[in-house]
Design a protein around this ligand. Structure first.
Ligand code: PXP
Length: 237
């Protein structure tokens, strides 16, 4: 499995003092040196971590694939069409949430989703929808023309090590297989850490995992390079 490192929390720390440290571009470079395939970052409507200039600077880095997570708004569509990142992951966004709390409701806004992704796909941007492991959402995505879904692993991550783990895991695995039968490629992420990530290998043909919080948290103790390398090794299996 490929690894996309979400570096938003490097910017969270930087923004705490409003200065330039820690340098988000230096962080992206460290990830790249460690062999990370993708740099993932969420340009939120409130710009609480990554700013527009950060996304632009990451996009300009040579041989770095940028996966831009963003809400399905006109503003974000315009930014994505201008930046032309390698990939865009469409996520729901609520101002008050601490992090992306659930998957996007594609089924409930299918017409809008189809219209929204069309110009992005025409620009050769790899579009994915961040959705819960739910067959109705998967069927809806299959009608949009987007080649990818990213499965929200939050429920599995929270259930890990409890009685609910097996059910949450089977939901995820079933959803991945269901999506692949529709011809969709499947990424996954949210809440994955150095323990619960191992079971992702039991899900066939996952393409990429997007992981942020656990890597940046571990980097405080062992350094970013070590934290990324450890996760990369786990993803490689
Ligand atoms: N994938 C998506 C679509 C996300 O929104 C996030 C959180 O920003 C992640 C992956 C990474 O989640 P975490 O920081 O819990 O690893």
């Amino acid at each position: 499995m490929l690894l996309g490192v979400n570096i938003d929390h490097v910017a969270t720390l930087r923004n705490a003092r409003g200065g330039i440290d820690p340098d988000i571009i230096a962080a992206a470079r460290v990830c790249k040196v460690c062999g990370v395939e993708t740099i993932t970052t969420h340009l939120r409507e409130d710009r609480r971590h990554i700013k527009d200039a950060d996304a632009e600077a990451i996009r300009m880095l040579p041989r770095v694939r940028l996966n831009l997570e963003m809400a399905m708004t006109d503003e974000m569509q315009e930014i994505a069409l201008r930046l032309r990142p390698h990939a865009v992951c469409l996520v729901p966004e609520k101002r008050q949430e601490l992090t992306t709390e659930g998957g996007l409701d594609v089924e409930g806004q299918l017409d809008r989703a189809i219209k929204f992704v069309k110009p992005l796909i025409e620009k050769n941007i790899e579009v994915s929808f961040f959705i819960d492991p739910d067959i109705h959402q998967i069927s809806a995505v299959s009608k949009t023309g987007a080649p990818f879904i990213e499965l929200h692993t939050g429920k599995y991550s929270e259930a890990f090590g409890t009685e609910e783990e097996e059910t949450a895991f089977e939901n995820l695995k079933g959803a991945a297989i269901f999506a692949q039968n529709f011809g969709l490629k499947v990424n996954a992420g949210h809440g994955l850490n150095y323990q619960n990530v191992k079971r992702m290998h039991e899900i066939p043909n996952l393409v990429e995992l997007n992981i942020g919080h656990s890597i940046i948290a571990r980097s405080i103790f062992v350094g970013l390079e070590q934290a990324v390398k450890e996760m990369k090794t786990l993803c490689e299996g």
